[in-house]
Design a binder for this molecule. Sequence first.
Ligand SMILES: [Zn+2]
Length: 105
Amino acid sequence: MYNTCTILEEARVAYVQCRTGKGNLQGWRHKIGKAENSECRKCGRLAETGKHVALVCTHGEDIGQRWSTWEDMDDRARWAKKEKDEKGFYTVDLVETFFSKIDLR
Ligand SMILES: [Zn+2]
């Protein structure tokens, strides 16, 4: 089980990398000469760009993808889900959960 801070931080880092198309994305690393190819490390079919990782890659389906556009994803209020545990109700941000499962290291 992760603690909340770790999830938030990892999700934000992954989100920013996908949104800017930079960081550890293979597409970007290839562009700046730090990777031999730009292939996606999850599916190997297309270039690993931010858009590919967040909206296109089949890996997204494995971890619960439901995004068709960035705008769709940006509507955070829409993707807040109420969950309940022994302490009571709490809110889960599905966009954050999605990005916390994307490993771009
Ligand atoms: Zn892929």
